[in-house]
Ligand binder design. Structure first.
Ligand code: ZN
Length: 204
């Protein structure tokens, strides 16, 4: 008799354990973030925080209709192609992190002046901000930044004309070795316009 009761209790405990396990598994599966291949956000699901979030325009107070593509323009007396976007705004306008990521390199050189190289979280692309007047206080290499954080201020350092303060903004697709000075340039203009349009039409 006692062994029968023990057997029945054992069955109940076992069944409960299996049920709990299945419930937990289902909960974990349904809690997984909605994402397409390689972690890209699924179209139509804005606001999901993943590595490849839509860009924001990296200058405070600027809308997409203020932008003009200059990716294919020649520079340096026709000796090179621009491969970037110039955003003309008053000196001292805050420069914002276009994506969340890491400040990979702070670099000062003759052409770009005071510059920032930022990697996105997935380290797929590098975002380059040049001709800055200065960095924001305490900005340092290795610093993790969120999209929209102020990282510097617009200026004319490097070879920018003294009377034309602007942000020179470039994006490169990094190589597998992920060096900040290497990569394939892509045009920021359509990406910024597209993400601005997506934001404007997204439900709030
Ligand atoms: Zn430029």
């Amino acid at each position: 008799m006692r062994s029968t009761v023990s057997f029945l209790i054992g069955c109940v405990i076992g069944a409960t354990a299996i049920l709990l396990y299945l419930t937990e598994t289902q909960r974990l599966v349904s809690a997984a973030p909605v994402a397409g291949s390689r972690g890209r956000p699924v179209a139509g699901s804005p606001g999901i925080a993943v590595a490849n979030e839509p860009l924001i325009i990296p200058v405070e107070g600027i809308t997409a209709d203020h932008l003009k593509s200059s990716f294919d323009e020649s520079r340096g007396g026709g000796f090179r192609v621009h491969h970037a976007l110039d955003i003309l705004v008053p000196r001292g306008t805050p420069v914002l992190a276009a994506v969340s990521g890491t400040i990979r390199k702070l670099f000062v050189n003759g052409a770009g002046g005071i510059t920032i190289y930022e990697f996105d979280r997935a380290e797929e692309k590098c975002y380059y901000y040049a001709h800055l007047d200065r960095y924001t206080n305490l900005l340092h290499e290795g610093q993790v930044v969120e999209q929209g954080d102020v990282i510097g201020y617009v200026g004319t350092t490097g070879n920018a004309p003294a009377n034309t303060p602007h942000l020179h903004f470039a994006i490169t697709v990094l190589t597998p070795s992920r060096e900040w000075w290497k990569g394939e340039p892509i045009d920021p203009f359509p990406l910024l316009v597209q993400s601005a349009t997506t934001r404007a039409s997204a439900p709030r």
